[in-house]
Each structure stands twice: as C-alpha cells, then as structure tokens.
Design a protein around this ligand. Structure first.
Ligand code: SF4
Ligand code: SF4
Length: 256
C-alpha cells in the first residue's frame, strides 16, 4: 500500500463517518460546504508537497521567499482557471495571467496600415457623434490652401469617460477605430495621461491582426477592408488634387 493511501484512508473513513452523522444535524448543508472547502485545502497541500512544488511559485521565482524576481513583462505564463483547477490560489497576477479572449474590449485604438503607413481615419466625426458619453473629439487636417483633407490632425479620447461600449468601432465607416484589449491603464494622475491623443491611439494593422486573428481573417472584415481602402484613397486623392495650387496663368502682353 502506498504512503498516500495510508495517510488518506483514516481521513476518508472519518469523512464518511461525519457525513453519515450530518444527516441528523440541523443546517447540515452549511457544514457540508465547509467540509468540502477543508478537503480541498488539505488536498492542495498534499498535492504540492507530493509533487515537490511546495516551495515553488507558479508564476514567479523558484522559491517561496523569492518574491522580488518576476518574469519579464510580456513573458508571464498564462494559466487557465476552471472547475478542474487544484489549488488555493486563484491567479498570481501579475506574475501570471488569465488568457485574454479576442472579443474582450477595453479602449478604442486607431489603426494605420502597416504597408503604407496610411492612417485609415478620415476625421468624419461619426464616432464622436455616436459616442454615448461624448469622450471623443478631433480636429481635421487642412491643406496649405485651407481646404479640408480626410485625415485627423489630432484625435483625443478621454479614457476615464469611455465606457468601453464599442459603438465608435461599430459605426466607423472606414474600419479605422477598433477596440483593444489592454486593460493595464492605471496611472498616478488623470488630467494629462488619461487623455489619449492621436499618437497614443495609433496602432498598426499588423498589431491589430495579431491581437484579433479571427476577426482580421474573417471574410466580412477582409471585404470591408478592401472596400474602405479604395474609398479612403479616392477621397484622399480628390482632396489633394483640390489642394494643389492652380497653374500660373500665362502673362498677357502689355496693351499699347
Ligand atoms: S475613426 Fe472612423 S468614425 Fe471616427 S472620425 Fe475616423 S473615420 Fe470617422
Ligand atoms: S467605446 Fe463607447 S464610450 Fe468609448 S469612445 Fe467608443 S463609443 Fe465612446
């Protein structure tokens, strides 16, 4: 008989005996709940000791005392917590993380095309109009002649006001604004750092494809991407043509 069985046999016998007695005790379900927790607690310790993991942290350094060594940012292991998971700990965040699912959304980002660096946004203002808490505002770019160019000169989102609804991204006719998954946004002040400008919001299409692989490859999104790419190019060419200075007129001979 293994050592494990020798240890667990009296515990299991005691457990069965207590369960049998419980039937005659008022409030037996509360006591039963506590016993399940206690069983899980003891099993966890037993599992860690028997597997030689007693002094290991799952996400961090090798020893329990080594609290100051953590994995490099971005290299944290991802753990899955489900009904089969053993252990007292939930997730040792930030040394380990839960998986982030593709449709998880936090703040919007503005996408530019990696191939040509073109910002997709045309500064049409639709996202700002549909935003329920009105936390988007922008200025449109102007040509030297003063005509409007379909590009944002600047674009702002107040991240503390944004309620992460995703309506801006739903309504954008140019597939330019998308919801991102970064949730680690805390800071020491909010007046400056939490107002995201165009530079803070821009991400490449390559980055978006990496964080949203299913959406990026979906037939619907591919069609939309090609359609809006053409539409945007046409608008930009038209605006640039209108902004070109008119050719100088040939000088008239002086009248005599
Ligand atoms: S992000 Fe989309 S909806 Fe918003 S201004 Fe740009 S093009 Fe228009
Ligand atoms: S996610 Fe919703 S609240 Fe946030 S900027 Fe977009 S529309 Fe506004």
């Amino acid at each position: 008989m293994s050592i494990g069985r020798v240890i667990w046999w009296p515990i299991n016998t005691l457990r069965r005996f207590l369960l049998a007695c419980l039937r005659y005790v008022p409030g037996e379900h509360v006591i039963l709940g506590h016993m399940i927790t206690l069983r899980r607690f003891l099993l966890t310790f037993w599992r860690d000791i028997s597997q030689g993991k007693a002094l290991h942290r799952r996400g961090g350094g090798p020893q329990i005392l080594d609290f100051f060594r953590s994995p490099a940012r971005g290299d944290e292991p991802t753990v899955l917590q489900d009904y089969k998971t053993d252990g007292l700990f939930t997730v040792e965040y930030p040394d380990e993380r839960l998986p982030v699912y593709e449709r998880f959304r936090v703040l919007p980002v503005l996408v530019y095309d990696t191939e040509d660096g073109n910002v997709r946004c045309t500064s049409c203002n639709i996202c700002a109009k549909v935003c329920p808490p009105q936390c988007i505002w922008m200025t449109q770019a102007k040509s030297p002649k003063g005509t409007v160019v379909p590009l944002p000169e600047d674009f702002f989102i107040d991240m503390d006001v944004c309620m992460n609804c995703g309506l801006c991204s739903e309504y954008c006719p140019f597939d330019a604004i998308k919801m991102d998954q970064n949730f680690e946004l805390s800071n020491y002040e909010r007046q400056v750092s939490h107002i995201y400008s165009l530079q803070d919001l821009l991400v490449s299409s390559e980055f978006y494809a990496k964080t949203h692989p299913e959406a990026w490859a979906s037939a619907e999104e591919v069609t939309e991407r090609n359609k809006v790419g053409k539409k945007k190019d046409q608008r930009l060419q038209k605006a640039l043509a209108a902004a070109k200075p008119a050719p100088a007129k040939a000088s008239q001979p002086a009248k005599v």
